[in-house]
Design a protein around this ligand. Structure first.
Ligand code: AFD
Ligand code: MN
Ligand code: MN
Length: 431
């Protein structure tokens, strides 16, 4: 059993070296915000209440379709993964939940797993099913699809797996299932696009019927990959129409990297909010496609604009608005713990910036057709450095003023490299 953890003493000592500077910066920012009618302490409390789920697959080193370069001290199994998730939450205090993926995270005793997670201060968020890969000893292959496969037996197997995931999720205390399929076609003419969607809907109806009363199912769309000519659930329009047909428990999940280039993602978010179908997010960032880069590392303004829509929806009291926030990233060249900590902070940053938009001034400018004035209201919020608010939120919640520096000072990874001898792995790429 592994045992090294970051001690309270180290955390306190690290925080002590930064506390005076933080107090000064926080006071200066609070004065500046005060002049704009914003209460810094109230903002800090709102940031403390924000949480995003860590994907279990995110704490291991990812890779591309060409290679994977594992780092030392990688988690070997789900319990190691939970340990890493706990460190992230301990330092950042913004990641209280974990989103598991099955069968990658399969184990024999889920009640015990839930207990271990709870001891780490963690709970489980949406469970993810996997019918985009074949597992050893699996009867039918998903090479030509799963929930939309032409063969009823393959569809039945994929449906049963999703229903199993719900059963596991119940034991873990989860209340949502995320379904992403790799189904689609690689050649024009390979698949009847109408019938493939019909088959998907029939399959999803069976999964939907197995949802407990307080559960939701999130439909995750993706334009391409592994199917490069057509995907069955290709875009938010298809996802929305499918969720609409399935019923109120079905909602759409927006993975930021799953759209055509230049698509206006914040507008998609606004549309889904409007129709009560925004289920949640897989946050990441991208330059080209489904790059799964760290959140906020490429287009932070776009992330801010997404949060601007979310805050607008919350302030309007939009009906059925309760999105689930999850990260979905592949950490190929960084320590995944550091990437996930920074990504959670970037989400808090976008959230805080969206919270300080002067919404009545924005509405006035919009009503007066003052295009630049409206834009400048957003820019004023976006260009405000809210870092002291984020650091104060972490400190007050018991976390680290400087999570990455504190993590590095702890030598956590070096300790884990000793405790977790490398295991042979064959899987390369994507995840
Ligand atoms: C896919 C999707 C989906 C899925 C994941 C697997 O983003 O969320 O679970 O990859 O790693 O591209
Ligand atoms: Mn995703
Ligand atoms: Mn993806």
């Amino acid at each position: 059993m592994t045992d090294f953890s970051i001690s309270e003493d180290l955390l306190q000592a690290e925080n002590a070296t930064r506390k005076t500077a933080l107090d000064e910066d926080y006071a200066a920012l609070a004065r500046a915000l005060g002049r704009r009618g914003i209460d810094a302490d109230a903002l800090t409390r709102k940031i403390m209440a924000f949480g995003v789920a860590i994907p279990t697959w995110g704490v291991g080193t990812g890779g591309t379709r060409f290679a994977r370069f594992p780092g030392p001290g990688e988690p070997r199994h789900l319990f190691d993964k939970l340990e890493d998730c706990a460190i992230i939450h301990h330092l950042v205090r913004a990641t209280p939940t974990v989103s598991p993926h099955f069968p990658w995270d399969a184990t024999s005793d889920y009640a015990a797993l839930r207990e271990v997670a709870a001891k780490h201060g963690l709970a489980f968020d949406a469970v993810n099913s996997n019918t985009f890969q074949d597992q050893p000893n699996q009867e039918h292959s998903y090479k030509f699809g799963s929930l939309s496969h032409v063969e009823p037996a393959v569809r039945a197997q994929a449906i049963a797996h999703n229903i199993d995931c719900i059963a596991i999720g119940r034991q873990l205390g989860s209340t949502a299932l995320t379904v992403w399929i790799g189904d689609g076609s690689n050649f024009a003419g390979q698949s009847n696009m109408t019938l493939a969607l019909d088959r998907y809907l029939d399959s999803m109806r069976e999964i939907y019927a197995a949802l407990p009363a307080d559960w939701r199912v999130f439909l995750e769309h993706k334009l391409y990959e592994p199917a490069f000519y057509s995907s069955v659930i290709s875009d938010w329009g298809t996802s929305f129409a499918a969720a609409q047909e399935l019923g109120p428990k079905a909602q759409c999940l927006v993975d930021l990297g799953h759209h055509a280039p230049n698509v206006n993602i914040e507008q998609i978010v606004a549309r889904l909010v409007r129709f009560g179908k925004l289920g949640g997010f897989h946050f990441n960032d991208s330059k080209y496609g489904d790059d799964d880069l760290d959140t906020g590392s490429v287009e932070p303004f776009r992330l801010f604009m997404v949060f601007n829509e979310l805050i607008d929806a919350r302030m309007r009291g939009a009906e059925g608005f309760a999105p689930a926030y999850m990260l979905d990233q592949s950490h190929n060249v960084t320590d995944p713990i550091e990437s996930l900590m920074q990504s959670a902070i970037e989400l808090q940053r976008a959230h805080a910036q969206a919270l300080i938009v002067d919404r009545s001034a924005l509405a006035e400018a919009q009503a007066a057709n003052d295009a630049l004035g409206a834009h400048l209201e957003l820019k004023r919020a976006y260009t405000t450095d809210v870092s002291p608010i984020l650091a104060m939120a972490r400190l007050q919640a018991g976390g680290a003023i400087a999570p990455i520096e504190t993590y590095r000072a702890s030598d956590y990874r070096k300790h884990k490299a000793k405790e977790r001898p490398p295991v042979a792995r064959t899987s390369a790429g994507i995840v």
